[in-house]
Write a new protein. Structure first.
Length: 319
């Protein structure tokens, strides 16, 4: 059996191992694959592994040997799953491996806005503390999270993990979700509607899937309903934001800040308006990139391969 990995580098740049899957056959690993080389590299593969490299009908229809597609991601929009299903080819993803990591980055953004650690550390290293007349100083207003309101849009596993952390800071939590479950055991928690969440939240964090309904959801109308001076966090999917509308709100002061780990196009184009917007923290899609998180991903991925080889595929997104 031949297993071909099309874009393995971001998942494993060399600090982890693919050893567990080598027992299932020949493993060919490519760090990256340009679109015009996809078919050439996988034309004789039994199992194709991809993260962001697209597998559309045009390629899939030419793969006579293909038996299984294993994703190195939770999202599966890079694969034409319906066509793969018609081919009798199951597609398996990596669910819920990064819950804690994404929640952690969400609060990294929030805490950077409230405590400005980078700003003050740079100030000290530049000599400002040495020359200060007082024992302390601050470069920007500092803020406690206690009693602030956090609005969470999307209350799956990641949204719930974010709420757990917020409880530790004694924040009030408002949530909107397509499916409301019993959260009566949570302190300072309320289900609400989107308008109330936007008008009352000091921080709004997005943890919703990318669908037709959520694409471009954060637009001018959405932002106009937000509390003046609120902070927006997006660690979900880039296209959930209308990036020009967010940039305009940042530049006008309607939003006090934004923290985003995902953009509509990755890597971004130079003209992405968020790159030059005021008070916009941007990280290069790293919520999932911690060593422990990627190790967990590879463990689930290897389990997906093993289950398929044993005749009982798991985590199948096109049943």
């Amino acid at each position: 059996m031949k297993i071909v990995m099309l874009d393995a580098f971001t998942t494993n740049p060399g600090d982890l191992s693919w050893e567990r899957i080598k027992k299932f056959g020949e493993v060919v690993v490519y760090d990256r694959t340009e679109d015009d080389r996809i078919y050439e590299r996988i034309k004789d593969a039994d199992i194709v592994v991809t993260n962001k490299t697209p597998l559309g009908k045009d390629v899939l229809s030419r793969l006579d040997r293909l038996k299984f597609i294993a994703l190195l991601s939770t999202g599966y929009n890079v694969v034409d799953c319906e066509y793969a299903k018609k081919m009798g080819v199951p597609v398996s993803n990596i669910p819920t491996y990064s819950t804690s990591a994404v929640a952690q980055l969400t609060f990294s953004f929030i805490l950077e806005f409230t405590n400005a650690v980078s700003l003050h550390s740079a100030s000290v290293h530049n000599g400002e503390w040495e020359n200060c007349e007082d024992f302390c100083y601050w470069k920007t207003p500092l803020t406690e999270l206690e009693n602030k309101t956090l609005g969470i849009i999307g209350f799956g596993k990641i949204g719930r993990a974010v709420a757990d952390i917020a409880a530790g800071f004694n924040m009030r939590v408002l949530a909107v979700s397509g499916h409301e479950t019993d959260q009566s055991g949570r302190k300072n928690f309320s289900w609400t509607n989107i308008d109330t969440l936007l008008s009352e939240s000091d921080f709004v964090t997005l943890h919703c899937p990318l669908t037709e309904k959520t694409t471009g959801m954060v637009n001018g109308s959405f932002i106009s309903k937000m509390k003046d001076g609120a902070i927006l966090i997006n660690t979900s999917r880039g296209p959930v934001l209308n990036e020009q509308a967010v940039a305009d709100a940042l530049n006008s002061g309607k939003l006090a800040g934004a923290g985003v780990d995902v953009l509509s196009t990755e890597p971004p184009k130079p003209d992405n308006p968020l790159l030059k917007a005021k008070n916009c923290l941007i990280t290069p899609h790293i919520a999932w990139a911690g060593y422990e998180t990627r190790k967990r991903l590879i463990d689930v991925f290897a389990g997906n391969i093993e289950a398929f080889v044993n005749g009982n595929p798991i985590n199948v997104v096109n049943p």
